[in-house]
Design a protein around this ligand. Sequence first.
Ligand code: IPE
Ligand code: IPE
Ligand code: MG
Length: 234
Amino acid sequence: MKKINLPTHIGIILDGNGRWAIKHSLPRLAGHEEGARAIKRMLIASKKFGIKAVSVFAFSTENWKRPKEEVDGIFKILEKQIDENFQDFINGGFKLQISGNLNALETPLKTKIEKLLKESENNTKLIFNVCLNYGGRAEIVDACNKIIKSKVKNVDEKTFESFLQSSNLPPLDFVIRTSGEQRISNFMLWQIAYAELYFPNFFWPQFNEKKLVKCLKEYSKRSRRFGGLTQEKK
Ligand code: IPE
Ligand code: IPE
Ligand code: MG
């Protein structure tokens, strides 16, 4: 790929697992399984292109409304992914980070996530921030409650941000939502403020390196002004 402007931090609202499965006459959980494999393809390709951080929306605080069988199945798939890819993840230089509340998860899964968090904490190639049992509004309200309990008396944007779970990450440059739906569904509301948004039509399980290139080409065409004026092209 010739040199193009790349985002530092990409957000992905991975959507369309269920519709992909239905299209292939498979149960919805088969869509989530292929979706998990697509996450692996995405991570490998993102690292290859030098992306420094990717936040994915894996399970929202609203997703508990789904049938128990599907919810349990999603967490089983997650656990299997960790079991199968634990060492490759660490050896690949990926650092895991979690946004959201892990306390609602069953202990074995929580323990595995915590182990991977710990063992990957010094990795620097790519930060993989998984939004799990996550809601953007809940994250903002949690930050407010932490501030109330802290010694901080005055809050500006920078201070506020430091109380968010992903305060170590740069703002989102680029948000991709697959499956053609054009909404944010409570994903990283604070961090999204100036992100470029992209809503490709393909379903998440179809994601691969080629699709990432397509997304990055789209990003490189955007003119980011942040309220200012376009830079003259030299
Ligand atoms: C995204 O795929 C995965 C999760 C929300 C966990 P969906 O399961 O939402 O797929 P669709 O929208 O039903 O196709
Ligand atoms: C958003 O997808 C949440 C995740 C990707 C985890 P949904 O499929 O749950 O969103 P809605 O309900 O269509 O907005
Ligand atoms: Mg969906």
